[in-house]
Design a protein around this ligand. Sequence first.
Ligand code: PPY
Length: 354
Amino acid sequence: MDPVETLLRDWDGESLILTYDPPSEAWIIIAIHSTVLGPAAGGTRMKHYANLEEAIVDAHRLAAGMTYKWAVAGVAMGGGKAVLAVKQGMGDGDRKELLNRYGALLQKLGGVFLTGPDLGTSVEDMDVIGQLARPYVFGKSPAAGGAGDPAPFTALGVYSAMEVTAEYLFGEATLEGRRVVIQGIGSVGRALAGMLCDARAEVLISDLDDEAIDRCSGDLGLTNITPAEVYGVKCDFFAPCAIGGVLNEDTIPRLDCLAVVGAANNQLAAAGDALSLLQRGILYAPDFVANCGGAMAITGMETMGWKREKAADLVRQSVRENLAKIYNNSGSQGITTHDAALALARERLNQPVD
Ligand code: PPY
């Protein structure tokens, strides 16, 4: 059978909207995993993939992650994600036109899918998409009536997750003196590094982009490590804040950390990798629990009128309570933290509130 057919047939989600955009030669993929708790909502990722199959796999997995993220965070939204699978080296003009056509598609869908910024898209891009699809786009700039960049709230949630993890491991929620390796110094990684520096943690950073590293290490005076070394550095916390799939059979044996607490989506390459981490004695903060801050804060501010302080308080509270529960359940039931987090999500999916 055609690999794409197999993918679509075997997926456990609800539906996939697939459109080819001839002018840009991009595929627009909207994966809707579950609408049990509400309308499907998730970021729009823009990225080049080797082929359509890889792009669909990414959309499928990211959409499922959103279902669990909303469920654990207690937000009445369903899980979805969009992937704009673009050609390499697309120019700014073509990019903007693609975003405009994507906005027109979202408008036509009339709220079947709500979106926000993700890897490869920005608040400015949300303003472009929002010109046509205004009610269906979160994370527009304040000038365009949105709540702006989710990244500081995502970083705040990850920071709270590190505090809970420190408390679980060391009996104290303080991060002072803890050694943290941040992989990926984009908007979330940078904000996290700043918070950790303020807390007097020892922060090491790594990124594929040398310029990003120079900017960040210059601003904050941090130690750099090369991407090749990033997995093997001895530390308390390893924080994946870039691409997914970084916890895999190749990297897990090399990790020299006590815990993995990061912002990237889909950090585990395969479900079995959670068990490999457990067997190595590494505590894993499930990604969709630790990184809910951006999605939770931006949608809360835009749909429920939360002020920034309230959003920050609720993100901290949600991450603290859920992660503590997950660590305790994992310990008492002898299951991975990933399975404990999925169980919590499924419990909430089975009891939707209206
Ligand atoms: C994510 O957390 O992975 C997101 O997709 C972020 C998001 C989703 C919906 C609105 C704003 C941000």
